[in-house]
Design a protein around this ligand. Structure first.
Ligand code: HGY
Ligand code: MN
Ligand code: MN
Length: 409
């Protein structure tokens, strides 16, 4: 069977037009009008292919081609929601390629043995509703539907209100269909494959993620009249923490990363000493013990900063996912297919979080990576060459065909 890779590129381009930013990036934040329009477009393509379309109680979308046997489906999928000014491939590439794999069966009049399904998970990015990978987390039983429905977005809406408003509050029970296997095709979003001139990554695990909200509380005061030794400068505390997070990552090394992505000073005025600063700390490591060490160091340094600058602090654990190991048999299958299709492949970790790490809780799961140009992602400059995108989709098709031929038994 041959994929229609032109259609993959045309559909990536068509989806990119929805929520396009002035810099040519993507802005389809979860359950906004743009996300809804993207969802509607994908659902229309699923229906064009004659798939059964189901929506669950957290807004996850499933397009299914019935197989000969009644049983668990081979599921592919990812997400189409984006960060604030992201790229056009993150998530979308895996969804559109999964739909293309199924459409190829339909157009070749081949009925698979097992059901084939492509999934679109709600709120993977986690920039509007916390935590990230929310739709797949709930699907995998990591959070109750009611609790998820009550989550309040950064702009004050509950998830339930936004699901209703977008008309994506489905009736299918979350987790009611346990896949035979779950395969997520995704861009690497990092520099490794490109630096080593490798076409395909067979992803073995996803690193652990720790997100903390930190609010330093000092005292707003006049920038001109307040002597330096009398200040309770929350801005200075925040600056020290940004440097400290970088130093924690450097001191642990071994792939440890640390990021302060949100910094919101109040009152954020040129002539007022910041009285309060809200910031987020994102720590990640594929080794759980090292991630715990990084979290310990974070708490220690925040205590030290408060003493130094005479400020108080409130901290909130926003997200905490342990590292996830994918199914060895599936990783071996992807590696075998990659060896045949592209010769150069690599087993590797994932630095980014993905829906597959949640699906690994309920079924054999693994990921296929393709290179990211200059390792850039979550940025309008996100790009992957056509030859790499096509290779990834071909590896996905062959992997699914072998699973349908009984690879996992
Ligand atoms: O944060 C992540 O790694 C993913 O993009 N949600
Ligand atoms: Mn993604
Ligand atoms: Mn992302």
């Amino acid at each position: 069977m041959k994929l229609n890779t032109d259609r993959i590129h045309d559909r990536i381009a068509a989806l990119a037009e929805i929520g396009k930013t002035s810099e040519g990036g993507a802005r389809r934040i979860a359950l906004t009008d743009e996300d809804k329009l993207g969802r509607d477009l994908l659902v229309s393509w699923m229906k064009d292919a004659g798939l059964d379309v189901a929506i669950d109680k957290i807004g996850n979308i499933f397009g299914t081609l019935k197989g000969e046997q009644n049983g668990s489906p081979i599921m592919m999928g990812s997400h189409i929601d984006t960060v604030g000014n992201g790229g056009h491939l993150d998530g979308c590439y895996g969804v559109i390629s999964g739909l293309e794999v199924i459409t190829t069966y339909v157009e070749n009049n081949i009925t698979p043995k097992l059901d084939l399904c492509v999934a679109i998970f709600t709120n993977e990015e986690g920039v509007r509703f916390l935590p990230d990978m929310l739709g797949s987390l709930v699907y995998a039983g990591g959070m109750g539907v009611a609790s998820a429905h009550d989550i309040v977005s950064t702009d004050g809406q509950t998830l339930l209100e936004e699901l209703i408003r977008a008309n994506y509050l489905g009736t299918m029970e979350c987790g009611s269909v346990i896949p035979h296997a779950f395969i997520e095709l995704h861009i690497e979003q990092g520099p490794i494959l490109e630096n080593e001139n490798i076409f395909i990554g067979a992803v073995e695990n996803v690193q652990g993620i720790s997100w903390t909200g930190v609010t330093f509380r000092g005292q707003a005061n006049h920038a001109g009249t307040t002597p330096m030794h009398m200040r309770k400068d929350a801005g200075l505390a925040a600056a020290r923490l940004i440097v400290a997070v970088n130093e924690i990552a450097e001191s642990i090394g071994d792939g440890q990363v640390g990021t302060v992505g949100v910094i919101s000073p109040k009152p954020n005025l040129v002539n007022v000493v910041p009285g309060e600063v809200y910031m987020t700390v994102d720590l990640r490591n594929s080794d759980e013990e090292k991630l715990k060490a990084a979290e310990f160091m974070l708490n220690e340094v925040i205590e030290y900063i408060c003493d130094e600058d005479g400020v108080r602090v409130d901290m909130e654990k926003l997200v905490r996912f342990e590292p996830v190991k994918f199914d060895d048999r599936l990783v071996d299958l992807i590696a075998d297919v990659a060896k045949e299709k592209v010769t150069f492949y690599k087993r590797m970790n994932s630095g980014a979080g993905h829906d597959a790490q949640m699906m690994a809780r309920i079924c054999p799961s693994a990921m296929i990576f393709v290179p990211s140009k200059d390792g850039i992602s979550h940025n309008p400059k996100e790009h992957t060459s056509r030859k790499h995108l096509d290779s990834g989709a071909e590896v996905l098709l062959e992997t699914v065909m072998r699973l349908d031929d009984g690879y996992l038994g």
